[in-house]
Design a protein around this ligand. Structure first.
Ligand SMILES: C[S@@+](CC[C@H](N)C(=O)[O-])C[C@H]1O[C@@H](n2cnc3c(N)ncnc32)[C@H](O)[C@@H]1O
Length: 352
């Protein structure tokens, strides 16, 4: 008789507990989670976006997507001081807010070994290996946070849907930067999908999805259509030299140009679970839909994202700003440290 796979004892993967996990400590404390519509959410903030393995995998892919969007760079602000300043005596300090799986923070630390990088998130993470100049802290960026020092550069990526008070967040970032320090937001305008050839109809499921997301954000007081307004939040908090770089991300393999096609194919993959990640809790918890309706609707949206005849594009925003440095004249400040690269700009639209 052929032996069944259950005949022999199942061997244990000794490494299983050391795998990186977004859930970290909370993983063992099941009461710290809320299960909804087959997804797991952190109960500490009861966020709209899940914190389970499916989401971890999506975030890793999102990191890859940003690498393609920024052509292998991790930032658009020009960061002088990342190489020259000694890590010990005068480190260039970086904070990544809402760091998620921490890939950006770890890549940044690897790329600039003379910097000191802190990844901050509501959830503690575990990683197999972390560069020696990178650490992770658990804190809530919507509360006052306090580190022993201020930062030269604060990076925020894909926080839309996880921030209630953008004006307050911009003020806290300002307070936690050194004079002349720089902030950078990298965001997708998740409710702004469009097409350039009218293949995405105003009545399409994707357009309805955007509308419902924006509506849920409004009801909750947690804006989803915030990306185009980041500039005004930064200026409101006192940032100067605020620069906005707009790009576009095709979804699907419809573009002819090879880099665009690659971008589109990764974006399409991200959206297979991204549609649910942003929509499911918003539609059930906030708009009061039943689970079945919300799931079916999300599946329909994914089908439309997979239709290569519909040429969808997501607007992408990178916004940088600098904290005033009262002790420097503008030219000195430009030479001394960190300035947005407004002069060379970033315009994927033009290059593609
Ligand atoms: C969509 S993920 C983005 C992760 C990462 N920035 C990236 O681009 O891959 C949002 C992250 O923000 C974290 N987050 C949400 N609310 C937070 C808060 N109030 N304070 C700190 N982190 C928060 C979540 O735990 C999640 O890891």
């Amino acid at each position: 008789m052929a032996s069944s796979i259950t005949d022999s004892p199942i061997s244990i993967d000794d490494d299983a507990s050391s795998q990186r996990s977004l859930l970290g400590k909370e993983q063992s404390a099941s009461f710290d989670f809320v299960y909804e519509n087959g997804r797991r959410y952190s109960s500490s903030k009861y966020s709209l976006i899940p914190t389970d393995e499916t989401e971890e995998e999506r975030l890793d892919l999102v990191h890859h997507l940003w690498g393609l969007l920024l052509r292998g760079e991790l930032h658009r602000a020009r960061l002088e001081g990342t190489g020259e300043r000694g890590a010990e005596e005068q480190p260039f300090r970086v904070l990544d807010l809402g760091t998620g799986t921490g890939l950006w923070a770890m890549d940044f630390g690897d790329t600039y070994p003379h910097t000191q990088v802190t990844g901050m998130d509501l959830l503690e993470m575990e990683h197999d290996w972390v560069p020696p100049n990178v650490k992770f802290e658990v804190a809530d960026y919507e509360e006052e946070w306090e580190f022993r020092h201020k930062f030269d550069y604060i990076h925020c990526r894909n926080l839309v849907g996880s921030v209630k008070d953008y004006a307050g967040l911009a003020e806290r970032i300002y307070k936690n930067l050194v004079p002349g320090g720089v902030v950078e937001f990298q965001e997708c305008h998740i409710t702004g999908t469009y097409s350039e050839d009218a293949t995405l109809h105003p009545a399409s499921t994707i357009k309805q999805y955007s509308k419902y997301l924006a509506e849920a954000g409004e009801v909750l007081g947690q804006p989803m259509d915030v990306a185009p307004n980041l500039k005004s939040y930064l200026e409101g908090a006192g940032f100067i030299d605020v620069e906005v770089y707009e790009g576009r991300c095709p979804v699907g393999i419809w573009p002819r140009n090879k880099p665009q096609k690659e971008l589109g194919s990764v974006a399409q993959e991200v959206l297979q679970t991204g549609v649910e990640a942003y929509g499911l809790a918003a539609f059930t918890r906030i708009l009061g839909w039943d689970s079945e309706r919300a799931k079916e609707f999300c599946e329909e949206v994914v089908r439309e994202f997979n239709n290569r005849k519909v040429h969808k594009i997501y607007p992408i925003f990178v916004v940088t700003g600098r904290k005033k440095n009262e002790t420097m004249m503008p030219r000195q400040a430009m030479n001394a440290g960190i300035v947005p690269i407004g002069n060379i700009g970033w315009n994927p639209t033009r290059n593609w």
